[in-house]
Design a binder for this molecule. Sequence first.
Ligand SMILES: C[S@@+](CC[C@H](N)C(=O)[O-])C[C@H]1O[C@@H](n2cnc3c(N)ncnc32)[C@H](O)[C@@H]1O
Length: 186
Amino acid sequence: MLLKILPFAHDLMKKTLNEGDIAIDGTCGNGNDTLLLSTLVGDKGKVYGFDIQQQAIEQTKQLLADNHRKNVSVILDGHEYVDKYIDKNVLIGGAIFNLGYLPRGNKEIVTKPKTTIASLDKIIQLLKPGGMVVVVVYYGHKGGGDEKDAIINHLQRYDQKTYSVLQYGFINQKNTPPFLLAIEKS
Ligand SMILES: C[S@@+](CC[C@H](N)C(=O)[O-])C[C@H]1O[C@@H](n2cnc3c(N)ncnc32)[C@H](O)[C@@H]1O
């Protein structure tokens, strides 16, 4: 009955995004979430995917090409610069982030509290009513605990009249299991 973290993240995106929407993958990595968003918004929609690593950009482009998806701009840049690529008047349906390091990649290159928060603050301004940002928080690596704390502290201050912020996770799993934060715009 209880969905695991990634299936829950994907389920939220499936319920939130509609054909023709604009969506953002804040951390492309190997491209799995980018591909999901691309499929959900369909050919009339558009996805902007960000990553700071060339390896991630190439993996994502390859996965999209393998699946004949053409509605994605894969951008080699930090998600904190989202406003350089998406006009402030554009309304987006949703966004997803997977924090931490690239699976099978360099474990030293990780998302950081300052840039993650800067990006989230910009992206929530673009959300249309009913739109949602999902953040999957992995924090077992060096610096991950600080990022987790900083983000939770920050999101707790989002105005509840406009945003509902959910934390979803399993509290009896060993080590540092990932958990999910979801920000829904009312
Ligand atoms: C956990 S991985 C993402 C996994 C991905 N969602 C997937 O399905 O494979 C985190 C990614 O965030 C990227 N990253 C780190 N800082 C970033 C930033 N400021 N902007 C965009 N991407 C960043 C890393 O390069 C890494 O590929």
